[in-house]
Design a protein around this ligand. Structure first.
Ligand code: OGA
Ligand code: MN
Length: 294
């Protein structure tokens, strides 16, 4: 079957057909997905009715996987293999998480614009999100193109931010929502990591803004000034012309490049409906900045 991509906005995001994620891919097919990702940054592959094993095998075509389970998800509570980020609203027994469940409160961080795993020294490259059970009312996933957002900055701002280094931690994103209750070992796992604010894509050489709700500071800047500036940049970068809103159909497989996009989920009635989305994540090429010992 011929591989085709239809653009979803004038700027980025495409709908790719002609790939069967259940099968072993030929090298040309892997290359076509990578080329589509370099061009569109977000690809929607409809009709991919895959198992967890198939999702893992398909994802491995694009590099080593990063564990999706994070510090507030305790091993015995995991519903899925730790390779997955469980972005559903259900627990191991298949019932909806209660309103005050810690896991639910921590996952509300996904409502803020972010780049996956930007709080890790080696952040995420691709995220692959499979829609197993989707909701029709709310629950869209929105994506913003950080290349177009970078390009639209004025020359003075581009020069000012070129070498800035930001500090990222899940502590920073969650404190924005008032979530601060951590167990002692969790806090230690969330020490801030450093990343460049401007990244250059290794193959397309396009520059992009590496923004994320996980940012809590800029190295060398007073914290409030850094946070106010990061907010300004994020507001600029998520204006409607840079955004694609994905309305889910069951068995959509959506792939995005965390190096060049941000995303967020919109509100839905998670106390009364079930939404089961499962994410696998590949690792980025390496650290984007030198780290300091905690
Ligand atoms: C994610 C995420 C958004 C969603 O999987 O990384 O942020 O729509 N999910 O659930
Ligand atoms: Mn995410």
């Amino acid at each position: 079957m011929a591989i085709e991509v239809t653009p979803l906005t004038p700027v980025f995001a495409g709908r790719m057909t002609g790939i069967d994620a259940r099968r072993t891919l030929a090298p040309e097919e892997v290359a076509a997905v990578d080329a589509g990702m370099a061009r569109y940054a977000v690809l929607v592959l409809p009709g991919q009715d895959i198992t967890d094993e198939q999702q893992i095998a398909f994802s491995r075509n694009f590099g080593p996987l990063q564990n999706g389970a994070n510090a507030t998800q305790r091993r015995p509570e995991l519903r899925l293999d730790p390779a997955f980020a469980d972005v559903s609203n259900i627990g191991k027994d298949g019932t909806r998480l209660a309103r005050d469940d810690r896991r639910r409160m921590a996952s509300l961080g996904n409502r803020l614009w972010h780049s996956d795993a930007s709080f890790r020294v080696i952040p995420a490259r691709y995220s692959l999100l499979s829609g197993r059970i989707v909701v029709t009312d709310g629950g869209n996933t929105e994506f913003a193109d950080m290349r177009a957002a970078y390009d639209a900055l004025d020359a003075r701002t581009k020069a000012e931010i070129e070498d800035l280094i930001c500090e990222h931690s899940q502590i920073f994103s969650r404190e924005q929502l008032g979530f601060t209750e951590y167990l002692p070992d969790e806090r230690a796992m969330m020490a801030p990591v450093r990343h460049r604010l401007v990244r250059t894509h290794p193959t397309s050489h396009a520059k992009s803004l590496f923004l994320s709700a996980h940012i809590g500071g800029i190295v060398g800047w007073p914290a409030p000034e850094a946070r106010a500036f990061i907010r300004d940049l994020a507001e600029h970068a998520t204006q409607p012309p840079f955004v694609y809103a994905h309305k889910w159909t069951q068995h959509d497989l959506v792939i995005w490049d965390n190096r060049t996009t941000m995303h967020r989920v919109r509100r839905y009635d998670d106390l009364n409906t079930i939404r089961d989305l499962r994410r696998t994540t590949t690792k980025s090429d390496g650290p984007t900045a030198e780290q300091v010992a905690a």
